[in-house]
Design a protein around this ligand. Structure first.
Ligand code: BG6
Length: 485
C-alpha cells in the first residue's frame, strides 16, 4: 500500500483516534515501509499547520502512555502530507491522485456519511478505485435499511466487496478479540456454550457522558441506531456464533450473519414486553449536576438515549436462552461488559438455608473501564464448620494472570488494530455488506414496532441505570442485571 488518505483528516475522529493510532503504530515500527499518510479536507491549510495540529493531537496522548520519542514522531512527520480537496469532485481529486502514484491507496472516509455515495463515485472517476485501492467507511452507514442500501450501492459501483472495510470500532477492542480466543482456543467452554447450560446473556454498554453538542447527529439516530445496530449486535454475534472453520474473513462473517438472520423480529404487539426506551432528564452524573437531554437539544424530542431489549435467537443452540442488551448515555457508570450467566446446579447437596446457597457460575467479560475476564465459581470456605460452607470466588482470566510480574502491554486504541488490518487487506474484523444489511433490517423492525405502538421513551434521571422498566425486563423472568463488581 503506497498511501493512506484520511478524508476529513483535520476533523474530530482523525485527530482524536486515527492520527494517534498511526503514531502508536509508527512507534512500534508496524507501519508499512514507504507508506504516505495524507490528510485531505476542504480547508485551505498548509502542510506545516496541519502537521503542527497533528503533533498537538498526538503528543499528549503518547506521553501519557510513556510512548513518545522524537524519532518516532520524526518518522511519522516524514510520511505526513496535507491536501485541500473537495472529495465529491473528481477534478479536485486529481492532484491527490498525482501525489499518491499507482502503488495502491486506502481512502479512509472520516466525513459525514451523507457524503459517502458522492465521494466513492468521485474516487472512481479520479482513478482512486483501482483494483489495488481500498476504502474504509466509518459507521453509521445509513440510518435505516433503505438509506444503507442507497449508499452501499454507490460503494459497490466503485469498489468490489473485498476492497471495502466497514468499521465497527468495537471489533478492534482487545477484549472482543479475546472473546474469540476464549471460545475457540479452549475446550472447556464450548460444550457448555448453549441453552442447556446458559440461562441468559447480558450485554451492557453504559456511558456516563451525555449527548451534549452531538445532538444534531444523535437526535436523528438515537441509541438504537447509534449503538445497538452496530456495536451491540456485533458483540452478540461473537458470543452467539457457531465456531467458524478458520479465521478467514468470510468464515467468521458467514457465522455472524447467520446469527443476525436468526434474531426473532420484534413486533408492535411485543414491543412493550421486550423493549425499553428511555431518555435522560436532569440528574447528577459523576458527582456533577447534569442537564436533561431535551435541554441540551433545546426542545422536547422523542429520541431515545437509552435502550434495553430482550433478544431471542431462534436457532438450535440458543432457543430458550434470552440475550438482554442495554445501552445508554448518562448512566450510572461507564461500563461495557458481557455476562454469561450459567444455570444453577440441578440439585444442591449443600442445601441448608442461606449459608449453603450456591450462586450459579457467571462469566463476566469486561471491556471497559478495565479489560478483564472473570469466572465466578463456588468454593469451600476454609474452616471446621460441621456443615460445609460455600463461597463464590472470582477467577480472573485476564492477561496479568498469564505473565505475573511483567509490565502489562499498553492499552491500545481500537483503531490501531483496524488500521493495520485495513492496510494489510484483512477484513476479518470488518463488517460485510450482508451483515450490515441484516442488522438494519432487524433494527428497522424494532423502530417500526415502536412507531406502530406509539412507544415513547420513559424518563430516567441522569446518573442512574435507566428507566425501572429495564430492571423489570429481567425481573419478570426472575433475573437481574449484573451489579457484582
Ligand atoms: C460510537 C457512538 O460509535 O461509540 C458514540 O457513536 C459512543 O455515541 C461511542 O459514545 C462509544 O465508544 P466507546 O469505545 O467509548 O465505548
Amino acid at each position: 500500500m503506497a498511501a493512506l488518505v484520511l478524508f476529513g483528516g483535520g476533523g474530530d475522529l482523525a485527530m482524536r483516534m486515527l492520527l494517534p493510532s498511526l503514531y502508536f503504530l509508527e512507534y512500534d515500527g508496524l507501519l508499512p515501509e514507504g507508506l504516505k499518510i495524507i490528510g485531505a479536507a476542504r480547508s485551505d491549510e498548509s502542510r506545516d499547520d496541519y502537521v503542527a495540529r497533528v503533533r498537538a493531537a498526538v503528543e499528549g496522548k503518547a506521553r501519557a502512555d510513556d510512548a513518545w520519542t522524537d524519532e518516532a514522531w520524526a518518522r511519522l512527520d516524514a510520511r505526513l502530507d496535507y491536501l485541500p480537496v473537495d472529495a465529491t469532485d473528481p477534478a479536485s481529486l486529481k492532484p491527490l491522485k498525482d501525489r499518491v502514484g499507482d502503488g495502491g491507496v486506502t481512502s479512509f472516509l472520516a466525513v459525514s456519511p451523507s457524503l459517502y455515495g458522492r465521494i466513492v463515485t468521485a474516487l472512481k472517476a479520479a482513478g482512486l478505485a483501482e483494483a489495488t485501492d481500498r476504502v474504509v467507511l466509518e459507521k453509521p452507514v445509513g440510518r435505516d435499511l433503505q438509506s444503507f442500501l442507497q449508499i452501499d450501492d454507490a460503494v459497490a459501483h466503485a469498489f468490489s466487496e473485498d476492497q471495502v472495510f466497514r468499521i465497527d470500532h468495537y471489533l478492534g477492542k482487545e477484549t472482543v478479540q479475546n472473546l474469540i480466543a476464549l471460545r475457540f482456543g479452549n475446550t472447556i467452554f464450548e460444550p457448555l456454550w448453549n441453552s442447556l447450560s446458559i440461562d441468559h446473556v447480558q450485554i451492557t454498554v453504559g456511558e456516563t457522558v451525555g449527548v451534549g453538542d452531538r445532538w444534531p447527529y444523535y437526535d436523528e439516530y438515537g441509541a438504537l441506531r447509534d449503538m445497538l445496530q452496530n456495536h451491540m449486535l456485533q458483540l452478540l454475534c461473537l458470543v452467539a456464533m457457531e465456531p467458524p472453520s478458520d479465521l478467514d474473513p468470510d468464515s467468521v462473517r458467514n457465522e455472524k450473519v447467520k446469527v443476525i438472520r436468526s434474531l426473532r423480529p420484534i413486533t408492535e404487539h411485543e414491543a412493550e414486553r421486550v423493549t425499553v426506551r428511555g431518555q435522560y432528564v436532569a440528574g447528577t452524573s459523576e458527582g456533577k449536576p447534569a442537564k436533561a437531554y431535551s435541554e441540551e437539544r433545546g426542545q422536547a424530542s422523542d429520541t431515545e438515549t437509552f435502550v434495553a431489549v430482550r433478544v431471542d435467537i431462534d436457532n438450535w443452540r440458543w432457543a430458550g436462552t434470552p440475550f438482554f442488551l442495554r445501552t445508554g448515555k448518562r448512566l450510572a457508570e461507564k461500563r461495557t461488559e458481557i455476562v454469561i450467566q450459567f444455570k444453577p446446579v440441578p440439585h444442591s447437596i449443600f442445601d441448608h438455608g442461606e449459608r449453603g446457597h450456591i450462586a450459579a457460575n457467571r462469566l463476566v467479560i469486561e471491556l471497559q473501564p478495565e479489560e478483564d475476564i472473570a469466572l465466578s465459581v463456588m468454593n469451600k470456605k476454609p474452616g471446621l464448620d460441621q456443615r460445609m460452607q460455600l463461597q463464590p470466588i472470582q477467577m480472573s482470566l485476564s492477561w496479568g494472570q498469564g505473565d505475573k510480574g511483567a509490565k502489562p502491554p499498553r492499552r491500545r486504541i481500537a483503531y490501531e488494530r483496524l488500521l493495520l488490518d485495513a492496510l494489510a487487506g484483512d477484513s476479518t474484523l470488518f463488517v460485510r455488506r450482508d451483515e450490515a444489511e441484516q442488522a438494519w433490517k432487524w433494527v428497522d423492525e424494532v423502530s417500526d414496532a415502536w412507531r406502530g405502538a406509539a412507544f415513547k421513551p420513559k424518563q430516567y434521571a441522569a446518573g442512574t441505570w435507566g428507566p425501572q422498566e429495564a430492571d423489570l425486563l429481567l425481573e419478570r423472568g426472575g433475573r437481574a442485571w449484573n451489579t457484582g463488581h
